[in-house]
Design a protein around this ligand. Structure first.
Ligand SMILES: Nc1nc2c(ncn2[C@@H]2O[C@H](COP(=O)(O)OP(=O)(O)OP(=O)(O)O)[C@@H](O)[C@H]2O)c(=O)[nH]1
Ligand SMILES: [Mg+2]
Length: 258
């Protein structure tokens, strides 16, 4: 059976790489075989062993020296090179990386660079060739649920990711270990079941920005996948079972929007 691909996308430092490792280890502990792909050409140290590593092709740091680029310019250039060479880089997927059940893909911290360049669409297309289903997990820092306007904005980014990559993208709240239960009790992050709560919280903020987001919320609810948002900790392993349940649910339901 072809593998299921899970792509970790999200704002800088939300825990994509740590969660990639934690979910990968959880899968292995539960009897699945897993391969991890690193697509961040700027990362220095990875918390997991990558089966495919974009840094074997290009490193942002080397481009800074060789081409005299700044950190962002080097990342843009590195991702351009990676997009051109992506089918070669991902060639080991053609035999399912030796028949693994899951392929986990870790993406760069500068999410907007990743999403606005060819690499994101090229990735979805390459994964689509070799994987039975592809979905994206949009990793959000759990402290955001205590800031309704910020949280609604990140949900919008998750929808933008879905639109851009053409694969179902669902939010995941990470770092719940560092958020108090009280903060999560007002609003748990589930947009569909708690649509009214989030809309009310936004309305209560009373700024033009939050009013605007309240309207945007309707769009998010229309296009977002109606799933419960898993609350996980990549550090303690809390909630990974719920995350896996979500992955299975999305895989059964669709996988690909193209
Ligand atoms: N408390 C807590 N910290 C976490 C958790 N997951 C990640 N972190 C920490 O958050 C920081 C960023 O984690 P990364 O996994 O590097 O995040 P990332 O999204 O891959 O970061 P970039 O690739 O640089 O955008 C690190 O210090 C992690 O140890 C978590 O579940 N709980
Ligand atoms: Mg990372």
């Amino acid at each position: 059976m072809p593998p299921t691909a899970v792509v970790f996308v999200g704002p800088a430092a939300s825990g994509k790489s740590t969660l990639t490792r934690a979910y990968g280890e959880w899968l292995v502990r539960n009897g699945y075989s897993v391969a991890v792909i690193n697509l961040d050409p700027a990362v220095k140290r990875l918390p997991y062993k990558a089966s495919i590593d974009v840094r074997d092709l290009v490193r942002a740091e080397e481009l800074m020296e060789r081409e005299g680029l700044g950190p962002n310019g080097a990342l843009v250039r590195a991702l351009e090179i990676a997009a051109e060479e992506l089918s070669k880089l991902l060639e080991p997927l053609s035999n399912g990386l030796g028949g693994v059940d899951y392929v986990l893909v870790d993406t760069p911290g500068q999410m907007e660079v990743f999403l606005t360049r060819d690499i994101s669409t090229a990735l979805a297309s390459e994964l689509g060739k070799y994987c039975g289903a592809t979905l994206a997990l949009f990793v959000v820092d759990a402290s955001f649920v205590g800031r309704p306007a910020d949280y609604a904005f990140t949900l919008l980014l998750a929808i933008a990711t879905q639109l851009r990559m053409g694969v179902v993208t669902v939010p995941v709240l990470n770092k719940v270990d560092s958020v108090s239960g009280e903060a999560l009790s007002k609003f748990t992050g589930d947009l569909i079941s708690e649509y009214g709560t989030l809309a009310k919280l936004l309305g209560g903020e009373g700024s033009t920005y939050s009013e605007m987001l309240e309207e945007v919320l309707e769009v998010i609810a229309r296009y977002g996948k109606a799933t419960a948002v898993p609350k996980v900790s990549a550090l303690t392993g809390e909630g990974l079972e719920d995350l896996h349940r979500l992955v299975l649910e999305v895989r059964c339901g669709c996988g690909d929007l193209t």
